[in-house]
Design a protein around this ligand. Structure first.
Ligand code: OGA
Ligand code: NI
Length: 340
């Protein structure tokens, strides 16, 4: 239990050695520029304009932010507050949910853990705690979620439904932009949804450690609320760029499945989370996933005259390989790329 960073770090002035990353992975103390170019999509604009902007953003950056998205600001605030409260609950409550190695607990759907997927085996830990649970369909999963804080299920439940609707709307616009048949992203491709709450406590030395190391998301599409606190960086053209926290905006990120379905037209960009020394940072992440047995392959209408660049696979098999490759995006693409 004492493993959770939120349990022990409040009284610590020194970063423990097993949180210090190798020199070439550390964020360092140099400034990472906030990226002024990450597209900001205003959903109140015309449909054809948003389709165009989203497609451009997904090709260039694999990331964009969305305002006027239709999800109530009060709901976003209430949800953020309740997930922050969760991480401030007494240790003995959190202990009941805590698992040292989430991969060893396949039957436990709601998991609280720290660092990455294998705390027990890794040499260096991430400066984060994570709470994650499936949320679609809501009725099936809500009873496995934390009972405390008292409002957790209510707010996170409402939020997950609204974010799902928003994600499907994004997919619908992307579908149109890619020229796929309407409804392409149906129940099979979007059958799963996972809520992942990241908590990055204040850190004694943010230059030496990471909240999340460089990775690309293995799902279809990700929607992230990062509140007001900075920490998300994307890797573009060999450089790290900061994503400005825009209160109440959603950060949308193309997952690797969407990269493959679009035959590489859309980018699934690598990104990471850095920590800071002044305040805790909590992010609410919703991953839309295909159902486990769904076959993923480039959609024929994205091919034009091009040959498919990826071979078909089952989504659940991709996840297994992802675990083995520790999220290394290039290594993943190599596995599924059709060699000319
Ligand atoms: C993730 C992720 C970034 C953040 O959960 O996959 O990239 O800023 N999170 O928390
Ligand atoms: Ni991510």
């Amino acid at each position: 239990m004492a493993n959770l960073v939120s349990s022990w770090s409040k009284t610590t002035q020194i970063l423990p050695e097993n949180y210090i990353f190798p020199v070439d992975e550390r964020p360092g103390s140099g400034e990472v520029p906030l990226c002024q170019n990450i597209p900001l999509i205003d959903l109140s604009a015309t449909r054809s304009q948003t389709v165009q902007e989203i497609l451009h953003a997904s090709q260039e950056f694999g990331f964009f932010q969305v305002i006027h998205h239709g999800v109530s600001e009060d709901l976003i605030d209430d949800t953020m507050k309740v997930v922050q409260e969760f991480f401030n609950l007494p240790d003995d409550y959190k202990e009941k949910l805590y698992s040292i190695d989430p991969t060893k607990l396949p039957t436990r759907s709601c998991r609280l853990y720290t660092s990455g997927s294998s705390y027990a085996y890794e040499k260096i830990h991430l400066w984060r705690d994570n709470l994650r649970h499936p949320c679609h369909p809501l009725d099936k999963w809500v009873h496995s979620w934390p009972q405390e804080p008292a409002k957790y299920r209510d707010f996170v439940g409402k939020y997950s439904l609204e974010v799902r609707e928003f994600s499907l709307r994004m997919l619908d616009l992307i579908c149109e932009g890619l020229g796929l048949e309407p409804g392409y992203f149906g129940e099979e491709l979007t059958g799963g949804q996972l809520m992942s709450i990241n908590h990055y406590p204040r850190c004694p030395d943010p230059s030496l450690t990471l909240g999340l190391s460089k990775h690309a998301d293995p799902n279809l599409i990700t929607v992230l609320s990062q509140g007001r606190v900075y920490g998300l960086q994307i890797f573009k053209d060999g450089q790290w760029l900061g994503v400005e926290p825009l209160h109440h905006a959603f950060v949308v990120n193309i997952g690797q499945q969407l990269q493959i379905i679009s035959n590489g037209r859309l980018r699934s960009a690598e990104h990471r989370a850095v920590t800071n020394s002044t305040e805790d940072r909590t992010t609410i992440v919703s991953f839309i996933n295909p159902s486990p047995d769904t076959i993923i392959e480039p959609a024929t209408s994205t091919l034009d005259s091009n040959a498919p660049r990826f071979r078909p696979f089952k989504f659940k098999d991709f996840l297994k390989v992802y675990e083995e490759k520790k999220g290394d995006a290039e290594a993943m693409i190599e596995v599924y790329k059709i060699k000319p």
